[in-house]
Design a protein around this ligand. Structure first.
Ligand SMILES: O=C(O)c1cc(C(=O)O)c2c(n1)C(=O)C(=O)c1cc(C(=O)O)[nH]c1-2
Length: 255
């Protein structure tokens, strides 16, 4: 008879494991009140601008995270696919890349390129959360780092929700701002197919599956925590040091 302990060790079937991964979508940042406000049309211009400026820090760090995964991966077949993610963001040939598209989104919401590039709006809480993601990829086995990207399973829905709702709610946002979200619809679907295959093929014991689900939760925590920091600053008007100064005195990264 199986005891509770041995039952815990029974691996989930591939279908059950995939379902457990997909079930994590109920904790995606699409459900964060900050995100809901943007989607529902109640976000202010300052809140949208704050989100775009802070999320830029995520955008510029994604290729560093993916380069760390490549650097830790001895499997050429994996690298051959994974390298595409860096090109998607940095650009290649005629494709201007996601970082450039995000800078255009910044301009479309009224932020200059210089404002985004200087990182002057990046809140410490956002910086720490994104840095935790990059550092996890640097120090982990590439398979664990690959699993942490699986929140992208849920990303097409969130990009689509912005394309569906923002133009109606925020007519002041220029049309050229939406290209990033359009571009990611197909890129995220392709990436996640590869990432999911890695997870399903390499996490075969219950312990490995549980670890993968915990890593995915770590990543969900990062995304949620970024929005918590933005909610403090732009909804509750309590950015860091607000009791002392209204200047953005926070550090811009230590290089
Ligand atoms: O707008 C979003 O809500 C959102 C979320 C995520 C995500 O789930 O990590 C990514 C993106 N966008 C995105 O645009 C992107 O390029 C991306 C790469 C990754 C990753 O973990 O490698 N996540 C995401």
């Amino acid at each position: 008879m199986a005891t509770a302990a041995t039952e815990r060790q029974t691996p989930l079937s591939t279908q059950e494991f995939e379902q457990a991964i997909r079930d994590k979508g109920r904790l995606y940042h699409i459900h964060h009140p900050y995100h809901r406000a943007m989607y529902e049309g109640s976000a202010t211009r300052e809140q949208i601008q704050g989100w775009v400026a802070n999320r830029f820090y995520y955008q510029v760090n994604i290729p560093l995270k993916d380069a760390a995964i490549l650097a830790n991966c001895a499997d050429a077949q994996v690298r051959k696919h994974w390298v595409q993610r860096i090109l998607d963001h940095d650009g290649y040939g005629e494709d201007e890349g996601g970082i450039e598209a995000w800078l255009r989104l910044g301009e479309a919401v009224g932020l200059s390129r210089g404002e985004l590039l200087s990182q002057e709006h990046v809140l410490p809480g956002v910086r720490f959360a994104v840095d935790a993601y990059v550092n996890f990829a640097r120090r982990s086995h590439w398979r664990d780092a690959a699993v942490s990207s699986l929140t992208e399973l849920f990303a097409p829905a969130i990009h689509q929700s912005r394309l569906d709702s923002w133009p109606g709610h925020y007519p002041w946002i220029g049309e050229e701002g939406y290209q990033y979200f359009r571009k990611r619809l197909s890129e995220a679907r392709r990436d996640v197919e590869h990432g999911l295959r890695i997870a399903l093929e390499t996490c075969t014991t219950r312990a490995e599956q549980d670890r993968a689900l915990n890593i995915l939760q770590f990543k969900l925590d990062i995304l949620w925590t970024m929005l918590d920091a933005m909610a403090m600053a732009y909804e509750l008007q309590r950015p860091p040091y607000h009791t002392v100064t209204d200047q953005r005195v926070y550090h811009r990264g230590l290089g």
